[in-house]
Design a protein around this ligand. Structure first.
Ligand code: C5P
Length: 235
């Protein structure tokens, strides 16, 4: 069966108010497989907004990046599952018990994705602010292993860590990859980036793209171009 070019493209619907986000979602539905919604839009639009997005027939990704004690995360995860979410993010830093509690609450109704090290961090900041001495890739691989062994279905990582994840953890681990910028390098607040084609070649399963599409002169043309790049990268 032929796959739609944009099936592996996750659109970060990072715009408010909800009416504007919905207008954009309607225009871009033909080009993407999933709509990703963060806390700002969940708060602005509420459950009714999530239902409207779901009705567009695409997967729904709630990017809540949960990080709390296990019981609290489990309760939020249950609500996310009830809202019809297909993907939900939790921070791997929350630990194995937290991830396990979330998985128990989610079952297989929601794909739980463990956020490793945010793509907005670079090595210098982590040395200063986390006192992290190891290379970022080591931490990301360690956390990806911890996340999946604790019950997460997959991980969120930058494109730069994909080679290490694939080498150390194999082809099966589900990878969802933000930090996609046409020229690579730092863009907006992102620090660890690569172009879409390279991320796919390095083994990304899904790409998350926000501003390069939503802030483009023609979001449709930008989304279509990302779909083409994914296909060229082997997607
Ligand atoms: O606009 P841009 O393409 O940078 O959007 C990336 C999206 O991916 C944002 O919604 C951001 O919250 C999310 N994200 C990220 N880095 C992570 C996890 C999620 O940039 N590690």
């Amino acid at each position: 069966m032929k796959r739609m070019a944009g099936e592996r493209l996750i659109l970060a619907l990072d715009v408010e108010p909800p009416e504007k986000a919905l207008g954009l979602a309607r225009r871009l539905a033909p080009y993407v497989g999933t709509f990703k919604i963060g806390p700002a839009l969940v708060l602005a639009g509420g459950p009714a907004f999530l239902d409207t997005i779901k009705a567009l027939g695409k997967a729904l990704f709630l990017d809540l990046k949960l990080y709390d004690i296990p019981e609290t995360v489990a309760r939020t995860t249950r609500q996310a599952a009830a809202s019809g979410a297909d993907f939900l993010t939790i921070h791997v830093a929350g630990g194995a018990r937290m991830i396990g509690a979330a998985r128990e609450a989610a079952g297989d109704r929601v794909k739980l994705l463990g956020v490793t090290v945010l793509t907005s961090f670079n090595q210098d900041e982590l040395e200063r602010e986390w006192r992290m001495e190891e290379p970022i890739a080591d931490r990301v691989v360690f956390w990806a292993k911890l996340a999946t062994e604790s019950g997460a279905h997959g991980v969120v990582c930058s494109p730069l860590e994909l080679p290490w994840i694939r080498e150390m953890l194999g082809p099966k681990i589900l990878t969802v990859v933000p930090g996609i910028r046409p020229g690579g390098g730092a863009g907006d607040d992102q620090r660890r980036t690569l172009p879409a084609k390279d991320a796919i070649r390095l083994g990304a399963d899904f790409l998350v793209v926000g501003r390069p599409i939503v802030a483009a002169d023609s979001p449709e043309a930008a989304a279509e171009a990302f779909g083409r790049e994914i296909a060229e990268g082997g997607g």
